[in-house]
Design a protein around this ligand. Structure first.
Ligand code: FAD
Length: 411
């Protein structure tokens, strides 16, 4: 029987696990250990928090009172040094041992720092924590020359924030249009072009090296002659999952901490959730909502309850005042149809295969993505012509849904 749960990591996955345990009726001890100042949300770090329009308190995942109200013992600025699952204990960096019947690893990861020569310069930034954002923000002044490496999610968002603050922004990526897999090539290209329309210089290339010249930094790009001077560089090239605790406890790790459908690792006393976990046979998710769902599933496992029904993967990103959402697996679509046009204030792209929606991505149209998600989750047969017609109500298309499939997004 599980009486004491220790959750390692106070990001969205860890906090959601604690919340879902209490909501599900768990009345044992919950200890949430986090290395940071207090649990805060990460998506605003490249958006409002970086722009300075929200402070750290405004991005807290829960108000401080929440932990008392839910009897969650929160240990901030505390690092877990080792798991001792055989002894039923977790060891903190100061040597304290916490008893734990089940441990949930919610340790997130670090921003990746590829071994680019000169990449260790103080002028080269990454963005994963509030401290990273605090260090970068003072560089984003009008006229500052900023190079962003990587135009996927975080790099593109930082570029958008920086150009709005008056920086002169260069955005370099070896891909012609990043995010093609989740968005499809047409939308990915449109979205990448949005940067140019907002005054950002986009370059398709890889960075070869940096040279810190004291009052500026030079970047040399592969296949280009010479180098260019910048005041600061931001690397937005992905993250490296924190798997060390699992590895040292002989838990199976392969590009993430391997888990089953209930988030249980190769050691039944240890679960893993969020960015560092990887469901066997699937890629790591690295998205905010996926981390939440992991937490809900881990809690269900600990409670011995039925896990929430799986739902199509979803994420959002924001840039240049546009809100983008995507659901499903666009890379598996055999055809795509556009609802509206790319010049409209809002529009959506649906990916279809064998008469079913398998993915959708939309700009400023959350309702279309919500509808698409229900179509995917319920396996509603879809008609490309009706989907692409903005006059057809998407909710009406859902009414042909076959019965009997649970859908956790349905209110
Ligand atoms: C700048 C930025 C912008 C993003 N924007 C979006 C977005 O727009 N849309 C989207 O879908 N996703 C976005 N994401 C991704 C999303 O935020 C992550 O997928 C999500 O935060 C993962 O949550 P997590 O709980 O798994 O990990 P984290 O949030 O990384 O939390 C892990 C926590 O574990 C703690 N920890 C690690 N090791 C230990 C230890 N040994 N002892 C104690 N504590 C430890 C860390 O201090 C950290 O607080 C963004 C991410 C970043 C960084």
């Amino acid at each position: 029987m599980t009486e004491r749960v220790v959750i390692v990591g106070g990001g969205i996955a860890g906090v959601r696990t604690a919340d879902a345990l209490r909501t599900g009726g768990f009345d044992g001890d919950i200890t949430l250990v986090d290395g940071g100042v207090f649990p805060y949300d990460r998506p605003p770090l490249s958006k409002e928090f970086l722009a300075g329009t929200k402070d750290i308190k405004q991005i807290a995942l829960q108000p401080s009172q929440w932990y008392d109200d839910h009897l969650v013992r929160l240990l901030n600025q505390t690092v877990v040094a080792a798991l001792r699952p055989r002894e039923g204990k977790v060891e903190l960096a100061d040597g304290t041992l916490l008893p734990a019947d089940r441990v949930v690893l919610a340790t997130g990861g670090n921003a990746a720092r590829p071994p680019i020569p000169g990449g260790g310069s103080e002028r080269v930034h990454v963005l994963r924590t509030a401290e990273d954002a605090d260090r970068l923000r003072p560089q984003l002044v009008p006229g500052a020359r900023l190079l962003i490496v990587g135009a996927g999610l975080i790099g593109a968002e930082v570029a958008s924030t920086a150009v709005r603050l008056g920086c002169e922004v260069g955005l370099v990526d070896p891909l012609a249009a990043p995010l093609m897999a989740p968005l499809g090539s047409e939308l990915a290209t449109w979205l990448h072009d949005l940067h140019t329309w907002h005054g950002i210089t986009t370059v398709q290339a890889a960075v070869e090296s940096f040279t810190d010249r004291g009052d500026h930094i030079e970047a040399r790009l592969a296949g280009r002659r010479g180098s260019r001077a910048y005041d600061a560089v931001v690397l937005g090239v992905g993250m490296v999952p924190h798997t060390g605790l699992a590895e040292r406890a002989a838990i199976e790790v392969d590009r993430g901490i391997l888990v089953d459908a209930g988030q249980v690792t190769s050691n039944p006393a240890v679960l893993a959730v969020g960015d560092p976990s990887r469901m066997r046979g699937a890629p790591r998710a690295e998205h905010w909502e996926a981390a939440q769902h992991d937490g809900a599933r881990a809690a269900a496992t600990i409670l011995g309850a039925e896990a929430p029904a799986p739902t199509a993967p979803w994420f959002w990103t924001a840039r240049h005042g546009r809100h983008v959402e995507a659901v499903g697996h666009m890379e598996s679509a055999a055809e795509t149809v556009v609802r509206g046009t790319f010049d409209d204030p809002s529009f959506a792209v649906f990916g279809l295969r064998d008469g079913y929606v398998v993915a959708a991505a939309a700009v400023d149209d959350s309702a279309a993505v919500r509808a698409a998600r229900r179509m995917i989750d319920r396996r509603v047969p879809a008609d490309a012509g009706r989907l692409s017609d903005p006059a057809v109500n998407l909710r009406a298309l859902l009414r042909t849904a076959p019965q009997g499939r649970r859908d956790e997004t349905t209110p």
